[in-house]
Design a protein around this ligand. Structure first.
Ligand SMILES: Cc1cc2nc3c(=O)[nH]c(=O)nc-3n(C[C@H](O)[C@H](O)[C@H](O)COP(=O)(O)O)c2cc1C
Length: 214
């Protein structure tokens, strides 16, 4: 293996779901790469039906903790990111995206029209309300995975947090009526030296069993 494959492999073994963070803060330059890993996440059609909310306010984080199985990562970690998606995917969302394509790539709107129709058929008209939410949530998990993998490479600890009450998050963080709703969260920072989980063996089915060939 080259040094980069070795270091990525080591990073993936090094990372674990951190239960106990210490109070060290992620440096600004490192955080900037992590922030960009969120906005650079690929999504189906490229539609980016999301907003990632970094909760900095300690009082808000304290309010979220009891609605997060009382997990200490919520208040202790350097950063807490809440992953939200559009509550519904509308034609306006598709138009906003096609306008961006037009601007960024200098493509006239009529050239993008077939693609716009494809997105309208696939996501806006082709899915009911539940289907749209499920589709949007799947996109969020791509961002979560990318964030955690990038963090590992940068030697930043993370804990994905599904043990939260999304409706309470929406209430406390003021998302109600904004067109966005919470699905999952992720705490990022530095493991406490006495977090026993750091020493635990990885429990994974063998790669040859889960990655197969035909
Ligand atoms: C989507 C998702 C949600 C999770 N939610 C929690 C959580 O709320 N609290 C927690 O302590 N760990 C949570 N975990 C951590 C998993 O339990 C952990 O990743 C898994 O057991 C594998 O262990 P490892 O990440 O340490 O290798 C979550 C992981 C994922 C991917």
């Amino acid at each position: 293996m080259s040094s980069s494959t070795t270091s990525v492999s080591q990073a993936l073994h090094w990372r674990y779901a951190t239960k106990k963070f210490d109070t060290r803060k992620i440096p600004d330059a490192t955080w900037e790469v992590l922030r960009q890993s969120l906005s650079l996440t690929p999504s189906s059609y490229g539609l980016q039906p999301w907003k990632f909310v970094v909760v900095e306010n300690p009082a808000l984080r304290a309010k979220l903790k009891p609605h997060s199985w009382d997990q200490t990562q919520i208040v202790d970690a350097s950063h807490l990111v809440v992953f939200t998606h559009r509550t519904e995917i509308t034609e306006a969302d598709v138009n906003r995206f096609t306008q961006l394509i037009s601007t960024v790539r200098g493509v006239p709107a009529e050239k993008i029209e077939p693609y716009r129709q494809m997105m309208l058929g696939g996501v806006v008209k082709g899915k009911d309300a539940a289907g749209q939410k499920e589709w949007a949530a799947r996109q969020l998990y791509i961002a979560l995975g990318q964030l955690m993998a990038v963090a590992a490479v940068l030697e930043i600890d993370t804990c994905a947090l599904e043990g939260i009450d999304p409706a309470k998050y929406d209430e406390i963080l003021g998302f109600k009526g904004t067109g966005y709703q919470t699905v999952v969260a992720c705490a990022l920072g530095y493991r406490a030296t006495d977090d026993q989980y750091a020493q635990a063996q990885k429990v994974r089915f063998p790669t040859d069993q889960v990655v197969t060939k035909l």
